[in-house]
Design a protein. Structure first.
Length: 326
């Protein structure tokens, strides 16, 4: 009898240990599912890929399509720069119905509180226990970048071309994208755009400002053109904006000088809103010559101010301005 009791107690102990092991395994599986295979883990990995500048991994994790736009900002330094502004990321599940789980990421984006929500679904099971989650398919948002007067812009440290002074770029979210531009002819102050929503396309508008070098080149060409006109010995200098009506006879030479040069302020606009132009501007020339009286041959000195309007087209390249008087 005593021996039977010992056997029963031993079997009971083994059974208890088996139950305890099964329970421990179940807990371990649940913990691994939550912290290694759970939907929150996928979101954390996605955020890490953004901060690492790993666009391929981020795109694969997010299960996203790239829209018909420029992809220059989706990898490497531009992406890492966008993710550098992410801080204090906290991930939590806010809704789950078994088939779909919504995970929210709260974070500081460029120092401001923001959040993004992601929907995930069970994709497969590994080794019969561990659930692999995938993001629901989505499409990356776009950012429209424009800067009239320029054919290029710098975004997050990379120079990208602009077609007709504007272009659309696919972007990951969340992130901060900073646009600026500096060249010998044109500059633009930095503009920041924060992207935190997958469904909201954003816009970055930069204002191009003519550089001091551009203004100086245009002013120099205006002065050179008018000085060349003033050097001509004619009442009607060819291809020049000023002339003097006189039907008498002239003794000696006609002397022109520029009394007031017209302003040479370069602006955007004119025939095309996204091109540089020099608006029509008024100046004053001065003419002097000796007139001969046709009846008695006496002479008199003519000295007069002649107002004029300068019209010219302007072409601006990366490092040169070309003025063409009209």
């Amino acid at each position: 009898m005593e021996r039977s009791d010992r056997i029963i107690r031993a079997l009971g102990a083994w059974f208890f240990l088996i139950v305890l092991a099964v329970a421990a395994a179940a807990v371990a599986i649940a913990l691994v599912n939550k912290y290694q295979y759970g939907p929150e883990t996928e979101v954390r990995e996605y955020f890490q890929a953004l901060q690492d500048g790993d666009g391929a991994k981020a795109l694969g994790l997010l299960n996203a399509e790239v829209p018909d736009s420029n992809a220059a900002l989706l990898d490497g330094d531009p992406l890492a720069e966008a993710g550098k502004h992410l801080q204090d990321v906290a991930v939590s599940t806010v809704d789950s119905d078994g088939d779909t789980t919504t995970v929210r990421a709260d974070y500081l984006l460029d120092g401001k509180q923001a959040s993004s929500e992601f929907r995930l679904h069970p994709a497969e099971t590994q080794w019969g226990f561990f659930t692999v989650w995938d993001f629901d398919p989505t499409t990356l948002p776009t950012m429209s970048v424009s800067m009239p007067g320029s054919t290029a812009v710098d975004i997050n440290g990379v120079s990208v071309a602009l077609r007709d002074s504007s272009r659309e770029f696919a972007v990951f979210y969340p992130g901060v994208y900073t646009g600026s531009y500096t060249s010998p002819m044109v500059t633009a102050q930095p503009q920041e755009v924060a992207v935190s929503d997958s469904s909201k396309d954003t816009t970055m508008k930069l204002t191009a400002v003519p550089s001091e070098q551009l203004q100086q080149q245009v002013e120099q060409q205006v002065h050179e053109h008018l000085d060349a006109c003033a050097a001509k010995d004619s009442l009607y200098p060819e291809d020049c904006p000023f002339s003097y009506e006189f039907d008498g006879r002239i003794q000696g030479k006609v002397s022109w000088s520029i009394k007031d040069y017209p302003p040479s302020k370069v602006e955007l606009g004119g025939a095309h809103a996204d091109q540089w132009s020099l608006p029509d501007s008024r100046g004053t020339a001065h003419i002097e010559f000796t007139a001969v009286n046709l009846y008695d041959g006496t002479t008199s000195k003519v000295s007069a101010d002649v107002p004029f309007t300068l019209s010219a087209s302007l072409e601006v390249t990366q490092d040169k301005a070309t003025l063409t008087p009209r």
